[in-house]
Design a binder for this molecule. Structure first.
Ligand code: IPE
Ligand code: IPE
Ligand code: MG
Length: 246
């Protein structure tokens, strides 16, 4: 049995989320501009998306740009947006061919109009694909998402569409940007930082966390396999005792 088959013989996480961090440091180590790191990070995205689909992961969510990242130098933001448009355009055909559905979460209305247009085209084109849902978190912040959720539910309460007593976890889930996605099972962060940086706070309540020192542009298929293998060794108890699980 090869490595992939052995991974596939055990339960896979249904939803993997990745904080793709370390592009800037990767470039700096090479005496290059941060943007060079982002360009190489895009290659890791392609490899990890393809490896995830091949493995049989149903949902992959990638943190590409946070609400806080708008505070970065203008030139870096411009490069990131340009890279986004060119990657989306370049990968559209292969996403579709691989039966991958693209979606996006975040305050998408704050994106430059060309990015928004390119994104919505691919989302529309791939919406009926079924092998894997690839969600890109763009101008995404978990607190912004929760605020938006609270506002939407409040309006429905005010208009007597929802009664306050009926508000439960499923109503919250339905109003989050991630509404159609299951909870995150495995959260990966590269680059050695051990923090969440405003990513999917509600959705990772019971996720397994996996931190690696590898910088994102160096994170490839085998590194993803390592993360999944580690996940498969964990005992997820969800509050129960170990004995109860067996
Ligand atoms: C991740 O790499 C990409 C984005 C946040 C857009 P960074 O750009 O944060 O790289 P480091 O953390 O500075 O090395
Ligand atoms: C988190 O990385 C956001 C993305 C990976 C898109 P950052 O590099 O922005 O996070 P902090 O600010 O170091 O926590
Ligand atoms: Mg960073």
């Amino acid at each position: 049995m090869d490595l992939l088959e052995s991974i596939q013989s055990k339960p896979l996480p249904k939803h993997v989320a990745i904080i793709m961090d370390g592009n800037g440091r990767w470039a700096k180590q090479r005496g290059k501009l941060r943007t060079f790191g982002h360009e190489n990070g895009a290659k890791s995205v392609k490899e990890v998306v393809e490896a995830s689909a091949e493995m049989g992961i149903e949902n992959l969510t990638l943190y590409a740009f946070s609400t806080e990242n708008w505070k970065r130098p203008k030139l870096e933001i411009q490069t990131l947006m340009r890279l986004l448009v060119s990657s989306i355009r370049k990968e559209m055909a292969s996403l579709h061919k691989n039966n991958i559905k693209l979606t996006a979460i975040g305050s998408l209305n704050t994106l430059p109009s060309n990015v928004y247009k390119e994104l919505t085209e691919v989302i529309e084109k791939t919406k009926n694909n079924t092998r894997m849902t690839l969600t890109i978190a763009l101008s995404y912040g978990s607190r912004e998402e929760l605020l938006n959720t609270i506002k939407e539910i409040s309006i429905k309460v005010k208009n007597n569409i929802i009664s306050p007593e009926k508000i439960d976890e499923s109503i919250i889930n339905e109003h989050l940007y991630t509404q159609d996605l299951p909870d995150v099972d495995l959260l990966i962060r590269t680059s050695g930082e051990q923090r969440i940086s405003n990513f999917l706070l509600w959705q990772i309540a019971y996720a397994e966390l996996y931190f690696t020192d590898i910088l994102w542009p160096d994170f490839k298929k085998l590194d993803l396999y390592d993360a999944i293998i580690e996940y498969q060794k964990r005992e997820r108890r969800f509050g129960k005792t170990s004995e109860q699980l067996n």
